[in-house]
Design a protein around this ligand. Structure first.
Ligand code: GLC
Length: 798
């Protein structure tokens, strides 16, 4: 391909080829949009105008100026912003991306594609290939299996309900075509803003190329500057949105099971938690609460008084969350179906009839959430449930899953050659040519859940405006974080799935989905007591912690396994509640900056290959390194600590001598132990355990500080829900061997709830003087200081 003409506007440059175009824009600092159109129609070429394109993922962005330089026609053209420059080779149709320092970030070999007129619609194929040096790592890709570095893998982006899935199953439920390249310690990002079915070959077929292929007419790419991985994530989430701060209660322990049959079962679960002195904040109601799987109904024989049940639960500090599936039973007289038919809200088959399939309801129809009026109608349905006291919603089967098509045989399913060759699972879902207004399913399949989530989110905002929404979804696409938390679907009680959860959640977190979790201790299969303990220990650090299991499997509530597992699980849950001030602060940071709570070690050691490979450990925020035991019967585990000094902080208590990083260690981890390390300069805010959350204006707070040349700590507090007053506390410290000065500054209107705080400072020698403390003591290398709630400065002279 070659470009033989260029349109230069202040905010966009378009390179024109014989049948193709490449448009360059800069929507945000450090971000370029590169729209590759390989098979333009005649009209676009003669009018010199690109077809309009709707984005589901990207927030509206202002136009930013670009600079353009080309010495002579046919020479390399350079498009530049302050942070990035793009060199386009007109005679090859290729481009090269550099950062401000001139370092090469990425190189596109070129792009190509075909439009294939077909019955009933034109089919497309669009491809591009990026050169990748052998040492480049590839992170992200949303909810994908495999190691943290996805080099050598091949992915399909097509939301799929898979049961059971295995450690190599692809695709799963989410499609987020965002990736982060990491080479020589420099990170950059690449995102394809396409809702169409996509494939990515991450240097698997050809180790020198990352290839993307879409079944749509173009490849609308965004590239992001680093150089640190954090900056790439910040920029990507500035483009696609961030998870709004969730209510505190949703960060507490959650219990669920497909198999709770009636209100009595729900009461028994809550009772079991309280009798076992186990922390719990919410219980889920799975599909059996509905009457005949009719969404937005209650089976009144099983749940005679949902509002009463919600009240009883609330009295025990527990919220109820109901599952909401998209499939609407086709049954005349059922209000939802009647309204959907009357309003023309349903997906149609190719011949124009309402598409009928089978999910839990049978026959089932599918609301078309790609259209605004349908979303509006669906959001209204949340009202009655919210009024009955339902605190949150759980969107499931929203790929959408369809076990069987009933009148799908008169549709014409387009199976692309590539897909057929690869033998990939395309279903169970709707046929490619099902109709969503003027669009076909192939184009909008991946954003079906996004539309449904948006409707739920907007419904919650409308009918409970004083509260912050909590929504959990199985399927999703880029931008899903704006509305919903995500869980990774129907895993199994395999140790391999426990281990895999770490890289899956890390990949999701890098891809914008910061509020996520997996079913603990596995949805299918039989978990052992040991597995429950190890999984809950790890889950205490998941952004979302839910115990869930499938129908027909042994029950998995913590007391089902006897001792010592019950006590050990209680300990793990209590640890979770102690961590809440920090987790809540991280979720707040995520709502502002997009950074996930769970971060790969390589986030702050981008040039360290050992850190990259240590992907069954992770960072909780910036400073706490978590190395969970992920194998059966293991009582010690190998861990690599990146550069810096680290305080062993097993089970959230100092537990050994400070060690120098860039080192491999063997950690002792009997069944009651989670190996943790606190980074030098880190300040971790912990509270006391509780049976459920109340407020995030903590009445007990202890800062655990690992003294370092620079100390940094941060705490966000508010009522725990709603949109009222908040307070951000910052700790900043300097330590010069003999003298540590810590300063605390506060911003925000929320009045402080505590009269005193405790500081535990590690790494100091016995102090000679302590200024600014009410009391202090020094024992076993730990300086414990009691300070006034409103303290501002602490000085320790050793
Ligand atoms: C799906 C969900 C699972 C749920 C079940 C019944 O398999 O992934 O979490 O329990 O449906 O609703």
């Amino acid at each position: 391909m070659r470009f033989d003409d260029i349109t230069v506007d202040p905010t966009r440059i378009i390179f024109w080829g014989a049948r193709a175009a490449l448009e360059v824009r800069s929507p945000l600092p450090g971000v370029l949009r590169l729209r590759h159109l390989p098979c333009l129609g005649h009209a676009a070429l003669t009018l010199r105008e690109l077809p309009a394109k709707q984005s589901w993922a990207v927030l509206e962005q202002p136009e930013r100026p670009l600079s353009f330089r080309q010495e002579a026609r046919g020479e390399v053209a350079v498009v530049r912003t302050e942070e990035l420059s793009l060199e386009v080779q007109p005679d090859q149709g290729s481009w090269l991306l550099r950062d401000a320092a001139g370092k090469e970030l990425a190189r596109c070999e070129g792009f190509s594609g075909e439009a294939m007129p077909d019955y009933p619609v034109t089919r497309f194929r669009s491809r591009l290939a990026l050169r990748t040096p052998p040492e480049e790592a590839w992170l992200g890709f949303g909810e994908k299996v495999g190691a943290l570095d996805k080099r050598g893998m091949h992915f399909v982006f097509w939301n799929t309900d898979v049961l059971p899935h295995h450690p190599d199953t692809d695709p799963l439920y989410q499609s987020i075509p965002f990736s982060m390249g990491l080479r020589d310690g420099v990170a950059w990002g690449f995102f394809l803003d396409e809702s169409w079915r996509l494939e990515a070959d991450v240097a698997a077929e050809n180790p020198a190329l990352v290839k993307w292929e879409s079944s749509g007419p173009e490849l609308d790419a965004y590239v992001f500057a680093g150089p640190m991985p954090e900056e790439v994530v910040r920029r990507y989430t500035a483009l696609t949105g961030r998870h709004p701060l969730p209510p505190l209660w949703s960060l507490g322990a959650q219990q669920s099971r497909w198999g709770y049959e009636n209100a009595g079962d729900i009461r028994a679960v809550i009772h079991g938690y309280r009798a076992g002195r186990l922390p719990l904040d919410s219980v889920y109601l799975d599909i059996d609460y509905m009457e005949g799987y009719k969404v937005w109904t209650w089976d009144r024989t099983r749940y005679p008084d949902p509002a009463g049940l919600a009240k009883e639960a609330a009295a025990q500090g527990v919220r109820l969350i109901t599952i909401i599936d998209p499939g609407v039973k086709a049954e005349p007289g059922y209000r939802i179906y009647d309204e959907a038919l009357a309003g023309d809200y349903l997906v149609r088959n190719d011949r124009g009839g309402v598409l009928l399939g089978e999910v839990w309801p049978k026959p089932a129809t599918f609301p078309d959430f790609t259209r605004e009026p349908v979303r509006k109608w669906w959001s209204q349905q949340h009202r009655e449930f919210i009024e009955a006291g339902i605190a949150g919603f759980w969107n499931d089967m929203n790929e959408p899953a369809c076990f069987k098509l009933i009148n799908g045989q008169d549709t014409f399913a387009i199976v692309t050659a590539a897909a057929a060759d690869l033998g990939k699972v395309e279903g169970p879902t709707l046929p490619h040519d099902a109709r969503h207004g003027d669009k076909r399913h192939l184009e909008v399949h991946n954003v079906y859940a996004l539309g449904m989530a948006r409707a739920a989110y907007e419904g919650m905002r409308e009918f409970a405006p004083e509260r912050r929404p909590f929504l959990l979804t199985r399927a999703g696409s880029a931008g899903i974080q704006r509305y919903s938390a995500v869980w990774t679907g129907d895993n199994s009680s395999y140790w391999a799935h426990l281990e895999l959860s770490v890289t899956m959640l890390l990949g999701l977190g890098l891809s914008g989905v910061s509020f996520a979790g997996v079913d603990v201790p596995g949805f299918l299969g039989r978990a052992s007591g040991e597995m429950l303990v190890r999984w809950t220990q790890l889950g205490a650090f998941y952004p979302m912690l839910r115990n869930h299991s499938g129908k027909g499997t042994p029950p998995q509530e913590p007391w089902r396994f006897g001792e010592p597992y019950l006590s050990l699980t209680r300990q793990a849950l209590e640890r979770r509640y102690r961590l809440l001030p920090t987790l809540y602060t991280l979720m707040h940071q995520s709502s502002v900056e997009g950074l996930p709570a769970m971060r790969p070690l390589v986030m702050y050691a981008p040039g360290d290959v050992e850190a990259l490979r240590m992907d069954d450990a992770f960072l909780f925020g910036r400073d706490l390194l978590v190395a969970p035991v992920v194998r059966q019967s293991r009582t010690r585990r190998h861990v690599y600590l990146p550069e810096g000094r680290w305080l062993p902080f097993f089970n959230l208590a100092p537990s050994g001598e400070i060690v120098e990083g860039r080192r491999h260690l063997l950690a002792e981890a009997p069944l009651d132990t989670v190996p943790l390390w606190l980074r030098e300069g880190g300040a971790l805010a912990l509270t006391e355990p509780a049976l459920h959350t109340t407020t995030a204006n903590w009445s007990h707070l202890t800062w655990h500080i690992h003294a370092g040349p620079r100390v940094e700590g941060r705490l966000y507090e508010d009522a725990g829900d709603g949109y009222g007053a908040s307070r951000v506390t910052r700790l900043a410290g300097e330590w010069t061997g003999g003298r540590l000065v810590l300063e605390r500054s506060v911003e925000g209107e929320l009045p402080q709830a505590r009269k005193q705080e405790t500081l535990c400072v590690y790494g100091l020698s016995a102090p000679r003087q302590v200024h600014g403390a009410r009391q202090h003591r020094f024992a076993d290398g730990v300086l414990t200081v009691e300070v006034e709630g409103g303290w501002q400065r602490l000085e320790v002279v050793s």
